[in-house]
Design a protein around this ligand. Structure first.
Ligand SMILES: [Zn+2]
Length: 221
């Protein structure tokens, strides 16, 4: 096991424990990856069907750009490996994190015809890469869920192309994908976005009519 891969595996294990503590990856949901080599492209990624709160280094696999396991394949990589590869290639990301939180799932399914959610006016938006003011309007596209991963990866690629400034997207009634230049950036994006999803969701639940809640409400672009 190379040093970069071992370090990446240790960090992904830690993220699994943290996200499980927050209830963002219940069951065996969610998956995480980080780039360990650019050329050739190699990702450290969580294995399929592993509880993220009980991750071990042995549950982290190394895959190539086609999602094939490098070395001895003791486990199957995440079913969503191709989505990770797609995001890394399109965005030049160094890490990709995927969660299945309650609030992310609710917002991703609210309104069958919504193709995204707008979040605007919150101080926490400044935690997203390159955002300098709470007046930023973040548009988070919603991509229809699909069990055909090749087709879904294509749909994700098209969305990333049409929404070049997006920091994340939601899969409908499924969960959040976000990324960053580094694993720390991607982890911060998950925290920021999960915070915002819960804030918006709770505000709507309580019928809050504050300006911020209104700005954060579901709307078309
Ligand atoms: Zn998922």
């Amino acid at each position: 096991m190379s040093r970069p891969f071992a370090d990446a595996a240790a960090r992904l294990v830690k993220i699994g424990q943290r996200f499980d503590d927050r209830g963002w990856v219940l069951g065996t949901s969610g998956n995480f990856s980080t780039v360990v080599s650019d050329r050739p492209l190699r990702l450290a990624i969580t294995a399929s069907s592993v509880h993220k709160g009980e991750l071990r280094a042995a549950h982290i696999l190394q895959v190539d750009e086609a999602g094939r396991v490098i070395g001895r394949a003791t486990r199957v990589p995440s079913a969503e490996t191709l989505l990770h590869v797609e995001i890394v290639k399109r965005r030049g990301a160094g890490a990709v994190l995927h969660t299945h939180s309650v609030w992310g799932t609710i917002l991703s399914g609210a309104g069958a015809h919504q193709n995204g959610i707008a979040i605007e006016g919150f101080e926490m938006l400044k935690g997203l890469g390159g955002v300098r003011t709470h007046e930023h309007r973040e548009w988070i596209p919603i991509v229809d869920n699909d069990q055909d991963m090749t087709r879904l990866a294509r749909a994700v690629g098209e969305t990333l192309e049409s929404e070049p400034t997006a920091h994340a997207f939601l899969l409908r009634r499924h969960g959040l994908y976000t990324w960053g230049a580094t694993l720390a950036d991607a982890e911060r994006h998950v925290e920021i976005l999960e915070f915002l999803f819960e804030t918006i969701g709770r505000s709507a639940t309580f019928g809050a009519r504050t300006t911020e809640a209104h700005h954060g409400a579901l709307e078309n672009p």
